[in-house]
Design a protein around this ligand. Sequence first.
Ligand SMILES: *Cc1c(COP(=O)(O)O)cnc(C)c1O
Length: 343
Amino acid sequence: MNFIDLRSDTVTKPTEEMRKAMYNAEVGDDVYEDDITVKELEEYAAKLVNKEAALFVPTGTFGNQLALFTHCLRGTEVILEENCHILQHEVGAPAIIAGVQIRPLKSNKGEMDPIEVEKTIRGEDIHFHETSLICVENAHSNGKVISIQNMKEIYEVAKKHDLPVHLDGARLFNAAASLNVEASDLTKYCDSVMFCLSKGLCAPIGSIVAGSKDFIAKARKKRKIMGGGMRQAGILAAAGLIALKDMRQHLKVDHENAKFLGEELSKIPGINVNLDQIDINMVFFSIEDSSIDGKLIVDEFYKNGIKINPPENGEFRFVTNYWVNKEHINICVNILKQLLNVK
Ligand SMILES: *Cc1c(COP(=O)(O)O)cnc(C)c1O
């Protein structure tokens, strides 16, 4: 059965074109730096975010943790936002891999206050460990896009204190599309960036870490420590190239579809949609009637050929992606109407 899948933009299967490119990819042993398709992807990716060099890594989590591992000495402190992916959804890896301490800050929907960031940077004191890195996430996984102004201000604070900034840009191109700017307009306010090829861009596997030549040379070695020295990875990079060259342009459609979904859901009585939170491909909403069981909704959707995640803290998240169109959205909205018994 062909399900409509609204659980995430990670569910995107590769396109026909990607599968053909993977079949035909010229490959080599990438640990020997012999894989010309991986090289092409890394060079293309670096250019796209206006950094000197880039490195292909298996996942976004891997890329973020590799960035921490490369930037930070063991026992130092990383400043980041309290709901960010690196802290909340990477299985506690900063303590395990880089061996760093995390210093989370409250934020306004993902935007940290630059003044607070500056106050949090450690000064000289025998009791203090050193601050080694500031992380920013854009687009934020709460569906919001961080403004360029906020990124710029945090970057300026970091530079004043001679600290690097890492951008978790798993959805960097969603952020850029939403702001109507180039990705490089955002990445100029970071020293390193990670972005995923495997989310809305449809590549089956893979993320990129980009930064200075020196940073990437160090990261290449640390990638090997983490077990990420891949061999004929050009098979995957071939799909990644299509993700970056062609699929990026499609993200705007995902965003329009999310807005459409949000608006249609908000017309249903008893449903509260966070309409002002739909900057990218994510729609968050809750159902007023708390007697309605979230699991029941998940099951009913499933019976009707739609996969959704159960609500978290009473809130559902529907994510549009390349394989979801307006017609699918209408089907979903109608099923929810039926479930809530509204016309
Ligand atoms: C998905 C995601 C990641 C991690 O990517 P994986 O490929 O799933 O490991 C990192 N940061 C953010 C903001 C994400 O949404």
